[in-house]
Design a protein around this ligand. Structure first.
Ligand code: AP5
Ligand code: MG
Length: 217
């Protein structure tokens, strides 16, 4: 199954796409994670993306489409994929459709996670990750708090916040999302593949809704 995950910052794209990829044994490609890895190694891609990401703006289409084309050439889209945070613009959606058509594939479902703005801010202001092993935590939610403050349960590495989880940048990221989502949602609705899911509730509850919507339960 080939899926794309759409949704505001903090709507749970990474959380849910990760779980679903395990369930479906599919590749999980998150453009934000790929870009952050590129920034941390100081690669050419990272240098092109960094200022946009720090400001909560979208990285230019040609840069991000180039990244996905490269992943396709490396075979990472073969055998079922879940794209998390891509596409975010119509040119990205049409480029993806073209890439899929070249190998006789298509997008089976576009999952749009809907979450209220207050909850987005709450989730993102509580998010932490380990700088060593990348494990994720959230101080606002039982079950995902680290046992010792600021220290990773798994590897004892230091925990930090994402650079773009600053209040002002979160506001801009949400605004950018709201300004882009309508045509993308319409694009997938017109192809009868849009699946809109309420992203509130616990991660387990959201996962159940997605699984049901995809006919997996
Ligand atoms: P990206 O990394 O994709 O960030 P984003 O879209 O802002 O989304 P997040 O990763 O912050 O949230 P999420 O929806 O994955 O939520 P998560 O599961 O982590 O993009 C970053 C930047 O890269 C962009 O701003 C842009 O600059 C650039 N970029 C990326 N893709 C691009 C593209 N295609 N085109 C152009 N530029 C691009 O959950 C958030 C928190 O909430 C976590 O702590 C989690 O544990 C918790 N949580 C999750 N679900 C629940 C729940 N149900 N209840 C309680 N807590 C929950
Ligand atoms: Mg994410």
């Amino acid at each position: 199954m080939n899926l794309v995950f759409l949704g505001a910052p903090g709507s749970g794209k990474g959380t849910q796409a990760g779980r679903l990829a395990l369930r479906l044994a599919a590749s999980h490609l998150a453009t934000g994670d790929l870009l952050r890895a590129a920034v941390s190694t100081g690669s050419n891609l990272g240098r092109q993306a960094e200022a946009f990401m720090n400001a909560g703006e979208l990285v230019p289409d040609e840069v991000i489409i180039g990244l996905i084309v490269e992943k396709q050439r490396m075979g990472e889209l073969n055998g079922g994929f879940i794209l998390d945070g891509f596409p975010r613009t119509l040119p990205q959606a049409t480029a993806l459709e073209k890439m899929c058509a070249e190998v006789g594939a298509g997008i089976d479902r576009a999952v749009l996670l809907e979450v209220e703005d207050d909850e987005i801010v709450r989730r993102l202001s509580g998010r932490l990750y380990c700088t060593r092993c990348q494990a994720g935590y959230n101080v606002h939610h039982d079950g995902s708090r680290p046992q010792a403050e600021g220290v990773c349960d798994r590897c004892h590495g230091p925990l930090t916040r994402r650079g773009d989880d600053d209040a002002g940048v979160i506001r801009n990221r949400v605004q950018v999302f709201r300004s882009q989502i309508r045509p993308i949602a319409e694009y997938y609705r017109s192809q009868s593949v849009l699946l809109t899911i309420a992203g509130n509730g616990t991660p387990d509850e959201v996962f159940s809704r997605i699984s049901e919507g995809l006919g997996l339960e």
